[in-house]
Design a protein around this ligand. Sequence first.
Ligand code: DGL
Length: 283
Amino acid sequence: MAIGVFDSGVGGLSVHRALVQRFPSADLIYLADQAHAPYGGLPGERVVELTQMGCERLFEAGADLVVLGCNTASAIALRRLQQTWLPGFQRARGRPSNVLGIIVPTIEAATGLPWVVEPEPLPEKAEALEVLGIFATQGTVNSRVYEIEIDKRRGDLAVFSESCPQLVPLIEDGADRRVLAPIVAGHVEALTRRIGRTPDRAVLGCTHYEIIADLFAAALSLGVELIHQPRATADSLERYLHAHPEYDPGSSGERKFLTTGAPGPQNSIVEAFWGAPLRFEAA
Ligand code: DGL
């Protein structure tokens, strides 16, 4: 079998790359739904529908396990699909099949706690001692998933989110880094102003932003630790595969890159990030 990685576009490549490094002999299939990107401003129902279609395509292409390399799809669609579509799909397919998101691993990395913790009374709401900044799409920010889930687990960690709606379309279009840098700096400044100080740590909560992580690192003050979502996802998948031996990630190191958009080479920012030419095939 293979592991599928799904995103609206090229952002999930950051997760895919971390999985290639962690599981060099695994067979991996990447699907970019570039015909419908960006997802960040779409109505929730549409994100659910597109995410389901993307997962179905990856299962059809040979994946048994799909990782949503997209915060927006993980925040808006994953729980719905787990509740409504996935159980019936699994029964009909008749073999182990599952879809995993990237928000749970990121929250585990941000809180330093496993997702499922022994229920114990939370201490009195502490005055937040630490501030976490999240940069994400409008859809992810509106879902408030990071605020809600972190607040349940760590009363001493305050979360502030900033949506950066221009970045995904610009990265998909291969915009010049000189265009991207001031936009990133503007969002870092806006978040800093809202918090009243620089965050202690930050999450690039949209996988596309990882492709320009150096621009975020340059705009954030020195000493702000960036939580690396692709690494957190690889760690979590490693634990998952260990606990679920029914999923065999394959052993031939085969890689396929599919897109619902225009097949062919990807733009120069993506290739610079990837470190080699990259061609997508028609999905
Ligand atoms: N990479 C997706 C994410 O992590 C971008 C979503 C979009 O297409 O706006 O949220």
